[in-house]
Design a protein around this ligand. Structure first.
Ligand code: SF4
Ligand code: SF4
Length: 438
């Protein structure tokens, strides 16, 4: 029997807009890319190039001094400037701007492809770090660091193909289009990190991919098992997927290694396979552009740093009428206000919602229905947190485990009073970090 997790919601998937659309290269190479110097969630890189330098696709252009995590050019052309640019996480971030020459010339010094037998722990970690790979499912933490910490401590490698965010279908497409490469890569990871089992976790809304992976697994290895689960959000979150596979609920302060698990998103494993078996750095990624306000929703293979405006042009622009733009999804994503916002390594989608799809009605008073608490997979009581925040009751706020919030958005989704619970919970978290509510 499959284990399950507390809470969660079942939003309409809207994946039919793109799930049958293969990941396509851009029709037109962007004129400019803006590549943020934020190398991972907690590391800034230092430029290796300066304005006026010529670069080629895959050439290192910035590096984190301590860890060696590298950022690469995603276009061939000339470095134009280093300047602040909007970031999909909000705010501004220093970035390298490259003006493309339209040729997409690859960097001639890129590493040679390896065979699976040539990969050992040391080559794996070096390649992943040199290729600039970070968690592509939203975390953006250094993948080499994550692998290094997992070596010898895990039973399971979990290939996270849940992709439970509505509208998004890039992981579904990667499974369908690159199943053999993904499975080979998980076997190499399993050997190098000394894990005993590989679990591929996907949902019932990707049955064609699940069936195909099942057939391939029979050819590849007996240590891999495919779990096809009932669609429920946020099954793709790390703690929820671990609980679903192993039955272990991770308490406060514990992480995946405490359950003997390493969870890797499909996009991340595909990037690792490209680094190992093709010698390619992480310069491009798959992005879903979808939503009722997009003329022609698509899945695209996109150079890192491509602005949202260019992607909308590739999709026939927005339909007439107001659109709400989001990066990262409608449940856990963030609003995008600037069309110059670029694709970063962890940007899996841009969503443009039509007026009919938006859920931003007028806020009314809490009716104490308890739906926010019933839906919270982390066992929090969002209505209590918001009440304590608004009453500036820091002492009570500190008892409500705000730090456990995974920003999944379930509470906001179910609230009949349209209270922006996630935003307020973020504020509560910041207030606690800064010493109290003022
Ligand atoms: S409080 Fe946080 S973890 Fe709980 S439902 Fe809301 S966003 Fe998700
Ligand atoms: S879901 Fe909204 S209305 Fe219901 S208890 Fe929570 S905050 Fe109040």
């Amino acid at each position: 029997m499959r284990h399950t997790f507390f809470g969660g919601v079942c939003p309409a998937s809207h994946k039919n807009l793109t799930r049958k659309k293969p990941i396509a290269p851009l029709d037109v190479i962007p004129e400019l890319v803006t590549i943020p110097l934020r190398a991972s969630a907690d590391e800034m890189a230092v430029p290796l190039v300066q304005p006026g330098d010529q670069v080629q696709v895959g050439q290192p252009i910035a590096r984190v001094e301590k860890s060696g995590l590298t950022i690469h050019a995603s276009l061939s052309g000339q470095v134009e400037s280093v300047q602040d640019c909007p970031h999909p996480w909000g705010g501004l971030c220093p970035a390298l701007v490259i003006r493309g020459d339209g040729k997409d010339t690859p960097w001639p010094e890129r590493p040679a492809p390896l065979t699976a037998d040539q990969v050992n722990l040391s080559t794996l970690l070096d390649r992943v770090n040199e290729a600039g790979i970070v968690g592509m499912g939203g975390g953006a933490h250094s993948t080499a660091d994550k692998l290094r910490r997992a070596e010898g401590k895990i039973t399971y490698i979990i290939l996270n193909a849940a992709e439970c965010e509505p509208y998004v279908s890039v992981d579904h497409r990667l499974l369908l289009e690159h199943a053999d490469q993904l499975l080979l890569c998980t076997q190499v990871l399993s050997r190098c990190l000394r894990a005993n089992r590989v679990a591929v976790v996907t949902l019932g809304d990707k049955l064609n991919a699940a069936e195909m992976i099942e057939k391939r697994v029979q050819l590849h290895s007996g240590t891999t098992k495919v779990y096809t689960l009932r669609t429920r959000y946020p099954l793709g979150s790390e703690k929820q997927i671990i609980q679903t596979v192993t039955g272990q609920e991770l308490g406060q302060g514990s992480g995946p290694l405490d359950a003997g698990c390493l969870v890797l998103n499909v996009g991340t494993v595909y990037a690792i396979s490209q680094a190992l078996f093709e010698g390619k750095a992480l310069t491009h990624r798959a992005v879903t552009i979808s939503g009722g306000a997009v003329t022609r929703p698509r899945n695209l293979w996109v150079p890192i740093g491509t602005p949202l405006s260019h992607l909308l042009a590739e999709c026939g622009q927005l339909k007439d009428g107001a659109a709400q733009l989001l990066s990262g999804g409608v449940m856990a994503g963030r609003p995008v206000e600037d069309l110059n916002t670029p694709v970063c390594k962890d940007t899996n989608c841009f969503i443009a919602l039509s007026d009919e799809e938006r859920k931003d009605g007028l806020e009314t008073a809490c009716i104490r229905c308890g739906k926010c608490a019933a839906s919270c997979p982390m066992h929090l009581v969002p209505t209590f947190i918001v009440k304590a925040l608004r009453q500036e009751d820091t002492a009570y706020l500190k008892k409500l485990h705000v730090e456990d919030c995974i920003s999944c958005g379930c509470c906001s989704f179910v609230c009949p009073a349209n209270i922006p619970l996630v935003e307020l919970i973020h504020k509560a978290g910041e207030a606690i970090e800064n010493g109290g509510v003022k």
